[in-house]
Ligand binder design. Structure first.
Ligand code: GDP
Length: 432
């Protein structure tokens, strides 16, 4: 279970903050000057994720050796914690004591989140921006007492935690949800009919699952899949089934409801703006993606030549998508669909162990460091995977990264770990 340590001077509101995080009031004793608390762990949860909060206690401000007291507290936090919450009083601003503590914490290379507590209103919140000067990155203004900003803070803590517990089987073990999308006439109904038409039995129900009546349960590659929102495809009450606007909304909601999308393109026609819009919807929704070039039976050598050029040009931004050349009409390569869906979903749910991720990252930044800009080069300190479906990564850095370098990191990350068929998300958390 990951550990979050709370560090800060007495009276900045650490106890109140801990209470806010663990969701209990008055559970933690207030700082009493002259009384040094031992570190006390509390169980907490956020978004279904369990973690431990350690209140590191306060140091006695008038102690003979204040520096030693600060050091001891910071050390406790650093040794035990995965993430350190450094709490300052937003109404007071940073003090020399705070700065001394920051020095200790910075040596640790542990992620430190700067909490500007007592930001009870917008005015104090604005003033909290001056705390950037502490060199810990963005301050999180919070009112531990009233709860203001605590949700954002908890989100930030979750993103910084090293590794989610393996509750992989959390997802109800029903059929995987697939969106079969594409502009009109690319062959969606034809493909659906291959799976659910007369030739094959439609699966009506799967034990223990409820399926939306607009969805179809079909067997593809020996497995049952839930094709979401296929009602319009099955009925085929004429071609005019609504405006393009309405169709686009439907496509978007099908993608949203799905885990993986099959975007059908018509290989006999140029890749259009509408095709691009649908692809963008999938990428932006963060769904796994298989691009099926349908009507492949119509592709001759000549068309093939131009199509390859179009693919280079139009699909350059999504080189990771899995591509299939099939024909709903002849049945060509239709059996490749299920393996492609499985592969894309596996990538989508990949979790890279933190140790492996950071070994790879260390080697990468050593071989190719960030280019120097204005005499300085931001360093990537370490990375964690903040989530799956799709995989999301957080890079902890000493400063913002060049867009080009960030793309380089993403490309290398894919080279190392694959993620074929899945978008990935990388965010950067600069610490100063
Ligand atoms: P939808 O609007 O995307 O559902 O497209 P349909 O399934 O209605 O197909 C549109 C037209 O393309 C129909 O005339 C189909 O017969 C034809 N079609 C679909 N798939 C193929 C294919 O693989 N090859 C060829 N040659 N025609 C196809």
């Amino acid at each position: 279970q990951p550990v979050v340590a709370v560090v800060g001077r007495p009276n900045v509101g650490k106890s109140t903050l801990v209470n806010r995080i663990i969701g209990r009031r008055q559970a933690v004793v207030e700082d009493i000057p002259g009384v040094t608390r031992d570190r006390v762990p509390y169980d907490a949860q956020w978004n279904g994720r369990a973690f431990t909060v350690v209140d590191t206690g306060g140091w006695e401000p008038d102690a003979k050796d204040r520096a030693a007291a600060i050091a001891a507290q910071a050390e406790t936090a650093v040794v035990t914690a995965d993430v350190v919450l450094f709490v300052v009083d937003a109404m007071v601003g940073s003090t020399d004591v705070d700065e001394a503590a920051v020095k200790m914490l910075r040596r640790s290379a542990k992620p430190v989140i700067l909490v500007a507590n007592k930001a009870d209103n917008t005015t104090i919140e604005m003033e909290a921006t001056s705390l950037w000067s502490l060199g810990l990155g963005e301050p999180f203004p919070v009112s531990a007492l009233h709860g203001r900003g605590s949700g954002d803070l908890l989100d930030a803590i979750m993103a910084a935690l090293p590794e989610a517990p393996k509750i992989v089987e959390n997802r109800p073990r029903g059929p995987r949800r697939v969106a079969l999308v594409g502009r009109p006439n690319v062959g969606k109904s034809s493909l659906l009919n291959r799976f659910s038409g007369e030739e094959r039995a439609v699966v009506d129900s799967v034990a223990g699952t409820t399926v939306d009546p607009v969805d179809s349960l079909v067997e593809i590659g020996g497995e049952t899949w839930q094709l979401v929102d296929t009602a319009g495809l099955r009925k085929r009450v004429g071609k005019a089934s609504g405006t393009e606007y309405y169709a686009s909304l439907r496509t978007a909601s099908a993608i949203e409801a799905a885990e993986v999308a099959v975007v059908l393109l018509d290989s006999s026609e140029v890749i259009s703006e509408q095709d691009q819009r649908i692809l963008t919807m999938v990428v932006e929704a963060g769904r796994a993606l298989v691009i099926a070039f349908n009507k492949w039976d119509l592709v001759d050598a000549d068309r093939r030549y131009y199509l390859d050029k179009e693919i280079d040009r139009e699909l350059r931004r999504i080189p990771w998508a899995i591509r299939l050349n099939l024909s709903a009409q002849t049945g060509r390569a239709v059996d490749k669909l299920a393996p492609a869906l499985r592969r894309a979903l596996a990538s989508w749910e990949t979790r890279v162990p933190t140790a492996h991720l950071n070994q790879w990252l260390t080697a990468l930044v050593q071989a190719t460091p960030h280019p120097v800009r204005g005499g300085r080069a931001p360093r990537i300190l370490f990375a964690t995977q903040a989530g799956v479906a799709p995989p999301r990564f957080v890079l902890f850095t000493t400063g913002p990264l060049d867009a080009g370098y960030q793309r380089f990191v993403e490309r290398k990350l894919r080279e190392e770990f694959g993620f074929e068929g899945s978008p990935i998300d990388i965010s950067v958390r600069p610490r100063k």
